[in-house]
Design a protein around this ligand. Structure first.
Ligand code: GLC
Length: 556
Protein backbone atom coordinates (compact mmCIF):
# COMPACT_ATOMS: atom_id res chain seq x y z
CA UNK A 1 0.00 0.00 0.00
CA UNK A 2 2.92 2.34 -0.55
CA UNK A 3 3.65 4.54 -3.52
CA UNK A 4 2.86 8.19 -3.77
CA UNK A 5 0.07 9.55 -5.92
CA UNK A 6 -1.07 6.05 -6.78
CA UNK A 7 -4.29 7.50 -8.19
CA UNK A 8 -2.52 9.10 -11.16
CA UNK A 9 -2.26 5.74 -12.91
CA UNK A 10 -4.78 3.58 -11.02
CA UNK A 11 -7.33 1.25 -12.53
CA UNK A 12 -10.35 1.69 -10.28
CA UNK A 13 -13.12 -0.93 -10.37
CA UNK A 14 -16.64 0.19 -9.53
CA UNK A 15 -18.61 -2.19 -7.34
CA UNK A 16 -22.35 -1.73 -7.28
CA UNK A 17 -23.01 -3.48 -3.96
CA UNK A 18 -26.59 -4.56 -4.73
CA UNK A 19 -25.43 -6.58 -7.71
CA UNK A 20 -21.89 -7.80 -7.07
CA UNK A 21 -22.20 -10.80 -4.74
CA UNK A 22 -24.84 -11.89 -2.23
CA UNK A 23 -23.59 -13.77 0.84
CA UNK A 24 -26.90 -14.54 2.55
CA UNK A 25 -29.16 -15.59 -0.31
CA UNK A 26 -31.71 -12.77 -0.05
CA UNK A 27 -31.14 -11.75 -3.66
CA UNK A 28 -29.43 -8.49 -2.71
CA UNK A 29 -25.64 -8.17 -2.86
CA UNK A 30 -23.90 -7.28 0.39
CA UNK A 31 -20.56 -6.31 1.94
CA UNK A 32 -19.70 -9.86 3.06
CA UNK A 33 -20.33 -11.00 -0.52
CA UNK A 34 -17.91 -8.36 -1.80
CA UNK A 35 -15.26 -9.43 0.71
CA UNK A 36 -15.55 -13.06 -0.37
CA UNK A 37 -14.93 -12.12 -4.01
CA UNK A 38 -12.04 -9.69 -3.54
CA UNK A 39 -9.43 -12.30 -4.52
CA UNK A 40 -11.04 -12.43 -7.99
CA UNK A 41 -10.46 -8.67 -8.31
CA UNK A 42 -6.87 -8.99 -7.17
CA UNK A 43 -6.46 -11.65 -9.85
CA UNK A 44 -8.00 -9.28 -12.42
CA UNK A 45 -5.25 -6.81 -11.55
CA UNK A 46 -7.07 -3.65 -10.45
CA UNK A 47 -5.62 -1.11 -7.99
CA UNK A 48 -8.69 0.12 -6.14
CA UNK A 49 -12.41 -0.40 -5.76
CA UNK A 50 -15.06 2.28 -5.61
CA UNK A 51 -18.14 1.15 -3.72
CA UNK A 52 -21.46 2.70 -4.70
CA UNK A 53 -23.50 3.60 -1.57
CA UNK A 54 -24.13 0.95 1.08
CA UNK A 55 -25.37 3.40 3.74
CA UNK A 56 -28.66 3.30 5.65
CA UNK A 57 -31.29 4.12 3.06
CA UNK A 58 -34.90 3.44 2.11
CA UNK A 59 -33.46 2.52 -1.33
CA UNK A 60 -35.74 4.75 -3.38
CA UNK A 61 -32.76 5.51 -5.65
CA UNK A 62 -30.81 2.32 -4.95
CA UNK A 63 -28.98 3.86 -1.99
CA UNK A 64 -28.24 7.29 -3.50
CA UNK A 65 -30.87 8.43 -0.99
CA UNK A 66 -28.96 8.31 2.28
CA UNK A 67 -30.73 8.32 5.65
CA UNK A 68 -27.57 7.92 7.76
CA UNK A 69 -24.19 8.81 6.24
CA UNK A 70 -22.28 7.02 9.01
CA UNK A 71 -23.85 3.58 9.04
CA UNK A 72 -24.39 0.54 6.84
CA UNK A 73 -27.87 -0.43 5.69
CA UNK A 74 -28.87 -3.82 7.16
CA UNK A 75 -29.51 -4.94 3.55
CA UNK A 76 -25.74 -4.76 3.02
CA UNK A 77 -24.45 -5.67 6.50
CA UNK A 78 -22.87 -3.76 9.36
CA UNK A 79 -19.99 -1.39 10.08
CA UNK A 80 -18.03 -4.47 11.18
CA UNK A 81 -18.59 -5.98 7.73
CA UNK A 82 -17.21 -2.78 6.23
CA UNK A 83 -14.13 -3.02 8.49
CA UNK A 84 -13.57 -6.62 7.36
CA UNK A 85 -14.01 -5.68 3.70
CA UNK A 86 -11.60 -2.80 4.04
CA UNK A 87 -8.96 -4.81 5.92
CA UNK A 88 -9.20 -7.68 3.41
CA UNK A 89 -8.90 -5.31 0.47
CA UNK A 90 -5.85 -3.61 1.98
CA UNK A 91 -4.25 -7.02 2.65
CA UNK A 92 -4.71 -7.79 -1.04
CA UNK A 93 -3.19 -4.46 -2.05
CA UNK A 94 -6.53 -2.97 -3.15
CA UNK A 95 -7.51 0.54 -2.06
CA UNK A 96 -11.10 1.35 -1.09
CA UNK A 97 -13.01 4.44 -2.26
CA UNK A 98 -16.46 5.11 -0.88
CA UNK A 99 -19.25 7.15 -2.44
CA UNK A 100 -20.40 10.32 -0.74
CA UNK A 101 -23.78 11.83 -1.63
CA UNK A 102 -23.74 15.46 -0.47
CA UNK A 103 -26.16 17.18 -2.84
CA UNK A 104 -29.20 15.61 -1.22
CA UNK A 105 -30.14 13.30 1.61
CA UNK A 106 -33.02 10.86 1.82
CA UNK A 107 -36.33 12.35 2.89
CA UNK A 108 -36.13 9.77 5.70
CA UNK A 109 -32.98 11.42 7.06
CA UNK A 110 -33.54 12.81 10.59
CA UNK A 111 -32.36 16.25 9.31
CA UNK A 112 -35.21 16.35 6.81
CA UNK A 113 -37.75 14.94 9.22
CA UNK A 114 -36.74 17.64 11.71
CA UNK A 115 -37.11 20.26 8.95
CA UNK A 116 -40.65 19.07 8.20
CA UNK A 117 -41.61 19.10 11.87
CA UNK A 118 -40.05 22.47 12.67
CA UNK A 119 -42.06 24.42 10.11
CA UNK A 120 -41.46 27.45 7.85
CA UNK A 121 -38.73 29.88 8.82
CA UNK A 122 -37.06 27.47 11.25
CA UNK A 123 -33.35 26.77 11.46
CA UNK A 124 -34.07 23.14 10.49
CA UNK A 125 -35.82 24.15 7.25
CA UNK A 126 -32.71 26.18 6.48
CA UNK A 127 -30.73 22.95 6.07
CA UNK A 128 -32.69 22.24 2.87
CA UNK A 129 -34.12 24.42 0.11
CA UNK A 130 -37.68 25.18 1.17
CA UNK A 131 -39.57 28.02 -0.51
CA UNK A 132 -43.12 29.34 -0.52
CA UNK A 133 -45.02 28.53 -3.70
CA UNK A 134 -46.19 31.02 -6.30
CA UNK A 135 -49.86 31.83 -6.95
CA UNK A 136 -52.48 33.22 -4.59
CA UNK A 137 -52.36 30.22 -2.29
CA UNK A 138 -48.79 29.16 -2.96
CA UNK A 139 -50.17 26.34 -5.07
CA UNK A 140 -47.58 26.75 -7.86
CA UNK A 141 -43.95 25.61 -7.55
CA UNK A 142 -41.36 28.32 -6.76
CA UNK A 143 -39.80 27.99 -10.23
CA UNK A 144 -39.95 25.83 -13.38
CA UNK A 145 -37.04 23.46 -12.66
CA UNK A 146 -37.47 19.83 -13.63
CA UNK A 147 -36.08 16.77 -11.90
CA UNK A 148 -33.30 14.86 -13.70
CA UNK A 149 -35.52 11.80 -13.30
CA UNK A 150 -38.56 13.53 -14.85
CA UNK A 151 -41.39 15.67 -13.51
CA UNK A 152 -41.15 18.74 -11.27
CA UNK A 153 -38.08 19.36 -9.12
CA UNK A 154 -40.33 20.61 -6.31
CA UNK A 155 -42.71 18.86 -3.94
CA UNK A 156 -45.19 20.61 -1.67
CA UNK A 157 -45.35 19.53 1.96
CA UNK A 158 -48.26 19.28 4.33
CA UNK A 159 -47.59 21.48 7.36
CA UNK A 160 -48.15 20.27 10.92
CA UNK A 161 -51.63 21.80 11.01
CA UNK A 162 -52.70 19.71 8.03
CA UNK A 163 -52.68 22.52 5.45
CA UNK A 164 -50.61 22.44 2.22
CA UNK A 165 -47.48 24.46 2.88
CA UNK A 166 -44.01 25.16 1.49
CA UNK A 167 -42.24 23.41 -1.35
CA UNK A 168 -38.81 21.75 -1.20
CA UNK A 169 -36.33 21.34 -4.03
CA UNK A 170 -35.20 17.92 -5.27
CA UNK A 171 -33.10 17.83 -8.43
CA UNK A 172 -33.61 14.05 -8.41
CA UNK A 173 -36.46 12.03 -6.84
CA UNK A 174 -38.89 13.61 -4.37
CA UNK A 175 -37.33 11.26 -1.79
CA UNK A 176 -34.00 13.11 -2.30
CA UNK A 177 -34.37 16.68 -0.96
CA UNK A 178 -31.44 18.97 -1.87
CA UNK A 179 -29.40 20.23 1.07
CA UNK A 180 -28.62 23.95 1.26
CA UNK A 181 -24.85 24.14 0.86
CA UNK A 182 -24.88 27.88 1.48
CA UNK A 183 -25.59 26.94 5.09
CA UNK A 184 -22.43 26.54 7.23
CA UNK A 185 -24.20 23.94 9.35
CA UNK A 186 -24.49 21.62 6.34
CA UNK A 187 -20.80 22.09 5.57
CA UNK A 188 -19.85 21.20 9.13
CA UNK A 189 -21.94 17.99 9.05
CA UNK A 190 -20.18 16.76 5.93
CA UNK A 191 -16.71 17.48 7.28
CA UNK A 192 -17.66 15.07 10.06
CA UNK A 193 -18.91 12.49 7.55
CA UNK A 194 -15.62 12.68 5.64
CA UNK A 195 -13.66 12.20 8.86
CA UNK A 196 -15.88 9.28 9.90
CA UNK A 197 -14.84 7.28 6.81
CA UNK A 198 -11.26 8.57 6.70
CA UNK A 199 -10.86 7.44 10.32
CA UNK A 200 -12.05 4.00 9.20
CA UNK A 201 -9.32 3.86 6.59
CA UNK A 202 -11.17 4.86 3.42
CA UNK A 203 -8.71 5.78 0.67
CA UNK A 204 -11.01 8.37 -0.82
CA UNK A 205 -14.42 9.44 -2.00
CA UNK A 206 -16.27 9.45 -5.26
CA UNK A 207 -18.38 12.61 -4.93
CA UNK A 208 -21.91 12.22 -6.24
CA UNK A 209 -23.36 15.14 -8.24
CA UNK A 210 -20.25 17.21 -7.53
CA UNK A 211 -21.49 19.87 -9.92
CA UNK A 212 -24.87 20.44 -8.30
CA UNK A 213 -24.42 21.52 -4.73
CA UNK A 214 -24.70 25.31 -5.20
CA UNK A 215 -27.73 26.86 -6.87
CA UNK A 216 -27.76 30.32 -8.47
CA UNK A 217 -29.02 33.09 -6.20
CA UNK A 218 -32.74 33.68 -6.58
CA UNK A 219 -33.29 30.25 -8.17
CA UNK A 220 -34.14 31.69 -11.61
CA UNK A 221 -36.33 29.78 -14.06
CA UNK A 222 -34.44 27.66 -16.59
CA UNK A 223 -35.47 25.40 -19.45
CA UNK A 224 -32.81 22.82 -20.33
CA UNK A 225 -32.03 21.90 -23.94
CA UNK A 226 -33.87 18.87 -25.29
CA UNK A 227 -30.93 16.45 -25.00
CA UNK A 228 -29.59 16.75 -21.50
CA UNK A 229 -27.03 13.89 -21.63
CA UNK A 230 -27.11 10.38 -20.19
CA UNK A 231 -28.00 11.53 -16.71
CA UNK A 232 -29.88 14.52 -18.05
CA UNK A 233 -27.54 16.27 -15.75
CA UNK A 234 -24.99 18.10 -17.78
CA UNK A 235 -24.50 21.82 -17.54
CA UNK A 236 -25.06 22.26 -21.24
CA UNK A 237 -26.23 20.01 -24.06
CA UNK A 238 -23.72 17.92 -26.00
CA UNK A 239 -24.32 16.40 -29.41
CA UNK A 240 -23.03 12.82 -29.62
CA UNK A 241 -19.31 12.84 -30.32
CA UNK A 242 -19.09 16.60 -30.45
CA UNK A 243 -17.03 18.55 -27.98
CA UNK A 244 -19.23 21.44 -27.00
CA UNK A 245 -18.48 25.11 -26.72
CA UNK A 246 -19.50 26.60 -23.39
CA UNK A 247 -23.18 27.51 -23.44
CA UNK A 248 -25.64 28.90 -20.94
CA UNK A 249 -25.17 27.07 -17.68
CA UNK A 250 -28.16 25.74 -15.80
CA UNK A 251 -28.63 27.65 -12.53
CA UNK A 252 -28.28 24.39 -10.62
CA UNK A 253 -25.17 22.92 -12.30
CA UNK A 254 -21.54 23.99 -12.20
CA UNK A 255 -22.04 27.16 -10.19
CA UNK A 256 -18.67 28.70 -9.29
CA UNK A 257 -19.48 28.45 -5.58
CA UNK A 258 -19.06 24.65 -5.56
CA UNK A 259 -15.29 24.96 -5.72
CA UNK A 260 -14.79 26.43 -2.28
CA UNK A 261 -16.52 23.35 -0.87
CA UNK A 262 -13.89 21.07 -2.43
CA UNK A 263 -11.01 23.29 -1.35
CA UNK A 264 -12.34 22.88 2.15
CA UNK A 265 -12.68 19.09 1.75
CA UNK A 266 -9.17 18.87 0.36
CA UNK A 267 -7.87 20.38 3.59
CA UNK A 268 -9.69 17.66 5.52
CA UNK A 269 -8.21 14.88 3.36
CA UNK A 270 -4.75 16.37 3.60
CA UNK A 271 -4.89 15.95 7.39
CA UNK A 272 -4.71 12.19 6.78
CA UNK A 273 -1.69 10.16 5.71
CA UNK A 274 -1.54 8.02 2.61
CA UNK A 275 -2.77 9.84 -0.47
CA UNK A 276 -6.54 9.85 0.05
CA UNK A 277 -8.48 11.09 -2.97
CA UNK A 278 -11.59 12.93 -4.13
CA UNK A 279 -13.08 11.99 -7.51
CA UNK A 280 -15.78 14.22 -8.98
CA UNK A 281 -18.90 13.03 -10.69
CA UNK A 282 -19.44 16.27 -12.60
CA UNK A 283 -21.52 16.05 -15.82
CA UNK A 284 -20.07 19.26 -17.19
CA UNK A 285 -18.61 20.24 -20.52
CA UNK A 286 -16.36 21.06 -22.24
CA UNK A 287 -13.43 19.17 -20.69
CA UNK A 288 -11.57 22.39 -19.90
CA UNK A 289 -14.48 23.19 -17.58
CA UNK A 290 -14.37 19.72 -15.93
CA UNK A 291 -10.68 20.35 -15.26
CA UNK A 292 -11.66 23.12 -12.83
CA UNK A 293 -12.74 20.38 -10.42
CA UNK A 294 -9.20 19.00 -10.30
CA UNK A 295 -7.12 22.12 -9.85
CA UNK A 296 -4.22 21.51 -7.45
CA UNK A 297 -6.10 22.53 -4.29
CA UNK A 298 -9.38 20.78 -5.16
CA UNK A 299 -10.12 17.20 -6.16
CA UNK A 300 -7.70 14.64 -7.55
CA UNK A 301 -9.75 13.17 -10.37
CA UNK A 302 -12.91 13.89 -12.32
CA UNK A 303 -14.78 11.36 -14.42
CA UNK A 304 -14.25 11.85 -18.12
CA UNK A 305 -17.83 11.60 -19.35
CA UNK A 306 -16.90 13.23 -22.65
CA UNK A 307 -14.85 10.10 -23.35
CA UNK A 308 -17.71 7.82 -22.32
CA UNK A 309 -20.08 9.68 -24.62
CA UNK A 310 -17.82 9.60 -27.67
CA UNK A 311 -19.15 7.37 -30.41
CA UNK A 312 -17.05 4.51 -31.80
CA UNK A 313 -15.08 6.14 -34.62
CA UNK A 314 -11.60 7.43 -35.37
CA UNK A 315 -11.93 11.24 -35.58
CA UNK A 316 -14.10 11.59 -32.46
CA UNK A 317 -11.86 9.34 -30.37
CA UNK A 318 -8.65 11.05 -31.44
CA UNK A 319 -10.18 14.43 -30.67
CA UNK A 320 -11.49 13.48 -27.23
CA UNK A 321 -8.17 11.87 -26.26
CA UNK A 322 -6.28 15.03 -27.28
CA UNK A 323 -8.78 17.29 -25.55
CA UNK A 324 -8.68 15.19 -22.36
CA UNK A 325 -4.92 15.10 -22.10
CA UNK A 326 -4.69 18.82 -22.79
CA UNK A 327 -7.45 19.85 -20.39
CA UNK A 328 -6.32 17.78 -17.42
CA UNK A 329 -2.59 18.32 -17.85
CA UNK A 330 -3.20 22.08 -17.95
CA UNK A 331 -4.08 21.85 -14.25
CA UNK A 332 -1.56 19.14 -13.36
CA UNK A 333 -4.15 16.37 -13.02
CA UNK A 334 -4.14 12.95 -14.67
CA UNK A 335 -6.76 12.29 -17.27
CA UNK A 336 -9.31 9.64 -16.38
CA UNK A 337 -11.08 7.32 -18.79
CA UNK A 338 -14.37 5.48 -18.40
CA UNK A 339 -16.73 3.55 -20.67
CA UNK A 340 -19.44 2.26 -18.33
CA UNK A 341 -21.00 2.87 -14.94
CA UNK A 342 -24.28 2.24 -13.10
CA UNK A 343 -26.02 5.19 -14.79
CA UNK A 344 -25.44 4.48 -18.48
CA UNK A 345 -26.09 1.70 -20.97
CA UNK A 346 -23.26 -0.85 -20.77
CA UNK A 347 -20.73 -0.20 -23.52
CA UNK A 348 -21.05 -3.74 -24.91
CA UNK A 349 -24.51 -2.58 -26.00
CA UNK A 350 -24.12 1.18 -26.30
CA UNK A 351 -21.36 1.07 -28.91
CA UNK A 352 -23.65 -0.81 -31.31
CA UNK A 353 -26.83 1.23 -30.87
CA UNK A 354 -28.35 2.60 -34.05
CA UNK A 355 -31.24 5.01 -34.58
CA UNK A 356 -31.54 8.27 -32.71
CA UNK A 357 -30.66 7.05 -29.23
CA UNK A 358 -26.92 6.68 -29.69
CA UNK A 359 -25.99 7.47 -26.11
CA UNK A 360 -28.62 5.02 -24.90
CA UNK A 361 -30.58 6.99 -22.31
CA UNK A 362 -31.92 3.73 -20.94
CA UNK A 363 -32.94 1.07 -23.46
CA UNK A 364 -35.71 -1.48 -23.31
CA UNK A 365 -37.83 -3.77 -25.45
CA UNK A 366 -39.47 -0.93 -27.39
CA UNK A 367 -36.29 1.03 -28.12
CA UNK A 368 -35.69 1.66 -31.82
CA UNK A 369 -32.19 0.67 -32.98
CA UNK A 370 -31.39 -2.00 -30.41
CA UNK A 371 -27.81 -3.25 -30.70
CA UNK A 372 -26.51 -6.36 -32.42
CA UNK A 373 -24.93 -8.16 -29.45
CA UNK A 374 -22.07 -9.67 -31.47
CA UNK A 375 -21.04 -6.30 -32.90
CA UNK A 376 -21.49 -4.69 -29.49
CA UNK A 377 -19.21 -7.14 -27.70
CA UNK A 378 -16.57 -6.95 -30.40
CA UNK A 379 -16.51 -3.14 -30.24
CA UNK A 380 -16.54 -3.19 -26.44
CA UNK A 381 -13.47 -5.43 -26.35
CA UNK A 382 -11.69 -3.18 -28.83
CA UNK A 383 -12.75 -0.04 -26.95
CA UNK A 384 -11.60 -1.39 -23.59
CA UNK A 385 -8.25 -2.45 -25.03
CA UNK A 386 -7.84 1.08 -26.40
CA UNK A 387 -8.84 2.74 -23.11
CA UNK A 388 -6.53 0.61 -20.97
CA UNK A 389 -3.52 1.67 -23.06
CA UNK A 390 -4.07 5.39 -22.39
CA UNK A 391 -2.01 7.30 -19.85
CA UNK A 392 -3.80 8.29 -16.66
CA UNK A 393 -6.37 6.46 -14.58
CA UNK A 394 -9.17 4.20 -15.84
CA UNK A 395 -12.46 3.31 -14.25
CA UNK A 396 -14.06 -0.09 -14.87
CA UNK A 397 -17.65 -0.98 -14.04
CA UNK A 398 -18.32 -4.41 -12.59
CA UNK A 399 -19.19 -6.95 -15.26
CA UNK A 400 -17.55 -5.16 -18.17
CA UNK A 401 -14.58 -7.52 -17.74
CA UNK A 402 -17.06 -10.30 -18.59
CA UNK A 403 -18.39 -8.45 -21.64
CA UNK A 404 -21.86 -8.17 -20.13
CA UNK A 405 -24.42 -6.43 -22.34
CA UNK A 406 -27.23 -4.19 -21.12
CA UNK A 407 -30.22 -6.35 -20.16
CA UNK A 408 -32.86 -5.02 -22.51
CA UNK A 409 -35.83 -7.25 -21.77
CA UNK A 410 -36.38 -6.76 -18.05
CA UNK A 411 -40.05 -7.23 -17.17
CA UNK A 412 -41.63 -3.87 -16.38
CA UNK A 413 -42.72 -5.16 -12.99
CA UNK A 414 -39.12 -5.74 -11.93
CA UNK A 415 -37.91 -2.22 -12.66
CA UNK A 416 -36.81 -0.05 -9.70
CA UNK A 417 -35.19 3.05 -11.21
CA UNK A 418 -37.16 6.16 -10.19
CA UNK A 419 -36.73 7.43 -13.78
CA UNK A 420 -39.10 4.69 -14.96
CA UNK A 421 -41.78 5.71 -12.46
CA UNK A 422 -41.37 9.48 -12.75
CA UNK A 423 -41.77 9.35 -16.54
CA UNK A 424 -44.62 6.80 -16.47
CA UNK A 425 -42.49 4.28 -18.32
CA UNK A 426 -41.48 6.69 -21.06
CA UNK A 427 -37.79 6.38 -20.08
CA UNK A 428 -36.59 2.90 -19.17
CA UNK A 429 -33.90 4.18 -16.84
CA UNK A 430 -30.84 2.38 -15.58
CA UNK A 431 -31.92 -1.04 -14.31
CA UNK A 432 -30.58 -2.80 -17.41
CA UNK A 433 -26.95 -2.15 -16.41
CA UNK A 434 -27.52 -3.14 -12.78
CA UNK A 435 -28.46 -6.81 -13.09
CA UNK A 436 -26.60 -9.06 -10.58
CA UNK A 437 -23.34 -10.54 -11.87
CA UNK A 438 -22.83 -14.13 -13.09
CA UNK A 439 -19.96 -15.89 -11.30
CA UNK A 440 -20.70 -19.59 -11.90
CA UNK A 441 -22.59 -20.78 -14.99
CA UNK A 442 -24.15 -23.86 -13.41
CA UNK A 443 -25.13 -22.42 -10.00
CA UNK A 444 -28.44 -20.89 -8.93
CA UNK A 445 -28.43 -17.13 -9.62
CA UNK A 446 -25.31 -17.89 -11.67
CA UNK A 447 -23.36 -17.90 -8.43
CA UNK A 448 -24.39 -14.34 -7.49
CA UNK A 449 -25.54 -15.82 -4.18
CA UNK A 450 -26.26 -19.17 -2.56
CA UNK A 451 -29.92 -19.21 -3.70
CA UNK A 452 -31.76 -18.49 -6.94
CA UNK A 453 -32.82 -15.07 -5.63
CA UNK A 454 -31.71 -11.99 -7.56
CA UNK A 455 -33.27 -8.53 -7.06
CA UNK A 456 -33.41 -8.07 -10.86
CA UNK A 457 -33.95 -11.16 -13.03
CA UNK A 458 -30.81 -12.44 -14.78
CA UNK A 459 -30.99 -13.32 -18.49
CA UNK A 460 -30.06 -16.74 -19.91
CA UNK A 461 -26.98 -15.29 -21.63
CA UNK A 462 -25.42 -14.91 -18.16
CA UNK A 463 -24.70 -18.66 -18.41
CA UNK A 464 -22.37 -18.13 -21.37
CA UNK A 465 -20.71 -15.09 -19.82
CA UNK A 466 -20.22 -16.31 -16.24
CA UNK A 467 -16.78 -15.73 -14.81
CA UNK A 468 -15.98 -19.42 -14.29
CA UNK A 469 -16.46 -20.31 -17.97
CA UNK A 470 -14.17 -17.44 -19.04
CA UNK A 471 -11.43 -18.17 -16.52
CA UNK A 472 -8.31 -19.49 -18.28
CA UNK A 473 -9.83 -19.24 -21.79
CA UNK A 474 -7.36 -17.07 -23.72
CA UNK A 475 -9.97 -15.64 -26.10
CA UNK A 476 -12.40 -14.69 -23.32
CA UNK A 477 -13.13 -11.09 -22.39
CA UNK A 478 -12.01 -11.78 -18.82
CA UNK A 479 -8.57 -12.95 -19.97
CA UNK A 480 -8.33 -9.98 -22.35
CA UNK A 481 -8.82 -7.60 -19.41
CA UNK A 482 -6.33 -9.52 -17.25
CA UNK A 483 -3.70 -9.39 -19.98
CA UNK A 484 -4.33 -5.69 -20.66
CA UNK A 485 -4.02 -4.85 -16.99
CA UNK A 486 -0.83 -6.90 -16.60
CA UNK A 487 0.82 -5.34 -19.67
CA UNK A 488 -0.36 -1.87 -18.68
CA UNK A 489 1.45 -2.26 -15.39
CA UNK A 490 4.57 -3.91 -16.88
CA UNK A 491 4.95 -1.15 -19.46
CA UNK A 492 3.93 1.67 -17.07
CA UNK A 493 1.33 2.87 -19.54
CA UNK A 494 -0.48 4.87 -16.87
CA UNK A 495 2.52 7.19 -16.60
CA UNK A 496 3.18 7.49 -20.32
CA UNK A 497 2.08 9.85 -23.06
CA UNK A 498 0.38 9.63 -26.45
CA UNK A 499 2.35 10.09 -29.64
CA UNK A 500 0.03 9.75 -32.63
CA UNK A 501 0.81 7.44 -35.55
CA UNK A 502 -0.76 8.65 -38.76
CA UNK A 503 -1.27 7.09 -42.16
CA UNK A 504 -3.45 4.11 -41.26
CA UNK A 505 -6.70 5.77 -42.33
CA UNK A 506 -9.34 7.90 -40.71
CA UNK A 507 -11.00 5.00 -38.88
CA UNK A 508 -7.82 3.92 -37.15
CA UNK A 509 -6.76 5.32 -33.79
CA UNK A 510 -3.04 4.58 -33.48
CA UNK A 511 -0.40 5.87 -31.09
CA UNK A 512 2.70 4.93 -29.23
CA UNK A 513 2.73 5.12 -25.45
CA UNK A 514 6.23 4.39 -24.17
CA UNK A 515 7.20 0.86 -25.19
CA UNK A 516 3.80 -0.03 -26.65
CA UNK A 517 2.15 0.87 -29.95
CA UNK A 518 -1.64 0.68 -29.95
CA UNK A 519 -3.72 0.32 -33.10
CA UNK A 520 -7.50 0.43 -32.79
CA UNK A 521 -9.43 -0.13 -36.01
CA UNK A 522 -12.93 1.31 -35.55
CA UNK A 523 -13.91 0.82 -39.20
CA UNK A 524 -15.15 -2.12 -41.25
CA UNK A 525 -12.14 -2.56 -43.57
CA UNK A 526 -9.03 -4.42 -42.41
CA UNK A 527 -5.68 -2.65 -42.12
CA UNK A 528 -2.14 -3.99 -42.06
CA UNK A 529 -0.38 -3.70 -38.72
CA UNK A 530 2.91 -1.84 -38.49
CA UNK A 531 5.99 -3.86 -37.53
CA UNK A 532 6.43 -5.03 -33.94
CA UNK A 533 5.75 -8.08 -31.82
CA UNK A 534 2.04 -8.46 -31.11
CA UNK A 535 1.42 -8.28 -27.35
CA UNK A 536 -2.37 -8.28 -27.24
CA UNK A 537 -5.30 -8.36 -29.64
CA UNK A 538 -8.98 -7.95 -28.88
CA UNK A 539 -9.82 -10.54 -31.60
CA UNK A 540 -7.70 -13.34 -33.08
CA UNK A 541 -5.49 -12.16 -35.97
CA UNK A 542 -4.62 -13.82 -39.24
CA UNK A 543 -1.07 -12.79 -40.02
CA UNK A 544 -0.64 -9.05 -39.65
CA UNK A 545 -4.11 -8.12 -40.77
CA UNK A 546 -6.10 -6.14 -38.21
CA UNK A 547 -9.81 -6.63 -38.93
CA UNK A 548 -12.51 -4.03 -38.23
CA UNK A 549 -13.57 -3.32 -34.65
CA UNK A 550 -10.32 -4.73 -33.31
CA UNK A 551 -7.47 -3.33 -31.24
CA UNK A 552 -3.89 -4.60 -31.10
CA UNK A 553 -0.96 -3.73 -28.86
CA UNK A 554 2.52 -4.13 -30.34
CA UNK A 555 5.95 -3.81 -28.84
CA UNK A 556 7.10 -0.40 -30.05
C1 GLC B 1 -25.54 10.28 -9.40
C2 GLC B 1 -25.54 8.78 -9.28
C3 GLC B 1 -26.88 8.27 -9.68
C4 GLC B 1 -27.92 8.86 -8.77
C5 GLC B 1 -27.86 10.38 -8.76
C6 GLC B 1 -28.62 10.95 -7.61
O1 GLC B 1 -25.61 10.72 -10.70
O2 GLC B 1 -24.49 8.23 -10.02
O3 GLC B 1 -26.95 6.87 -9.66
O4 GLC B 1 -29.19 8.45 -9.16
O5 GLC B 1 -26.53 10.83 -8.62
O6 GLC B 1 -27.94 10.69 -6.41
Amino acid sequence: MTGSEWWRTAVIYQIYPRSFADSNGDGMGDLAGITSRLPALQDLGIDAIWLSPFYTSPQRDAGYDVADYCNVDPLFGTLDDFATLQATAHDLGIRVIVDIVPNHSSSDHPWFQAALAAGPGSEERGHYIFRDGKGVNGQLPPNNWESVFGGLAWTRVMEADGTPGQWYLHLFDSSQPDLDWQNPWVRAQFRDVLRFWLDRGADGFRVDVAHGMIKAAGLPDYTPPADGGSMGGRATALEPGVVAEPAATAPYWAQPGVHEIYRDWRLVLDEYPGDRILAAEAWVDPLSHVAEWVRPDEMHQAFNFAYLETLWGGPGLRRVIDDSLAAFSAVGAPSTWVLSNHDVVRHASRLALTGDNLQGHGIGPKTVGLPDTVVGLRRARAASALMLALPGSSYLYQGEELGLPEVVDLPDASREDPTWFRTNGERYGRDGCRVPLPWVASAPSYGFGPTAASWLPQPAIWGELARDVQEGVPTSTLELYKLALRLRREHDLGLGSVSWLNGLGDAVVAFTNGSVTVVANTGAASVTLPVGEVLLTSEPLTGRTLPGDTTAWLRA
